[in-house]
Write a protein that binds this ligand. Sequence first.
Ligand code: UDP
Ligand code: MG
Length: 342
Amino acid sequence: MSAPVVTLVVPCYNEEEILPYTINHLHELVTEFIRDRFISEKSRILFVDDGSRDATWSLIYKASIQTEHIRGLKLARNSGHQNALLAGLFAAKTVSDCVISLDADLQDDIGVVRSFIEKFKEGYEVVYGVRDKRDTDTIFKRVTAQGFYKFMEKLGVPLVYNHADYRLMSKRALDALERFDEVNLFLRGIVPLIGFQSTSVYYDRKERLAGETKYPLKKMLAFAFNGITSFSVTPIRFVMLTGCAFFFTSLIFLSYFLILKFIGETETGWTSLITSIWLIGGLQLMAIGLIGEYIGKVYQESKRRPKYIVDVDLFNLGIPLAGDDEQSRQEEGSLQVLPKMN
Ligand code: UDP
Ligand code: MG
């Protein structure tokens, strides 16, 4: 395979402290790869400024004028990491064979970029960067993050364990990604849904060298909640199940209280009151859950996700089949009339 055109996409939000370092390191890496003819000289690094309020954009702007292979894209306002990433991926897609996304703080070891590209050359369309260890994260981040992956797995969302947004995607995979029309795009969940040949590359996550995390607890929780609700209607089902449980509990109560009543151990009116509280509570929860089921359906329909993504298309290849000319097709048609299926 000839040297592929690779674009590194780096979303940046208020990263002035670390950006000069990042620009240097990535530029070194890319020029080295180009020198080795490992990647095409048309390869680029694309920095996406996600509406930063500091000098991030002017740093990117300067670098893109002064340095070969560096490009910038400025979003009109802060749109969040996932959207900034998407903007970069789709901008890069048209001119690249594959695109690698990574964070501006270089916490994800850029030493494995080479293996990413090697895997791509072997024919993988998606390569996930997976954290081997999480030593450098705080205990809190580690526990919450891993809890999140486990929880998502329970809800049936196909996540790659310990993989964030450090990944390589081929142009074809990105074309497929573009067909996911939803507004709340949770990339980590969507990419495995695309399919195609994929593999993982393992690395150690480093500490942030400068600046502070742009994912404070509030954003992290919002991100996790968005991830859960845009992939799963299990929480709605949970309401329904609770309702059923309440309902059956009320039946058990009813028989128990009736027995008590006949033995004569209760106050007048208490039995009917307590039973109806549980009964009505249960019925209400079930009804809400049922309505939720329908809302869940509407919700999933409204996302208009593609139903399938084609990997190999031999049908439109343009190779004529043996005897596939007009005459023989007509003959065939008159000989074998297939029964119509309804
Ligand atoms: N980021 C962004 N927009 C935001 C928040 C973050 O583009 O609104 C970028 C940020 O500049 C960094 C990446 O997303 O390149 C990951 O953020 P960070 O490293 O702060 O997250 P953490 O590693 O702490 O999870
Ligand atoms: Mg980081």
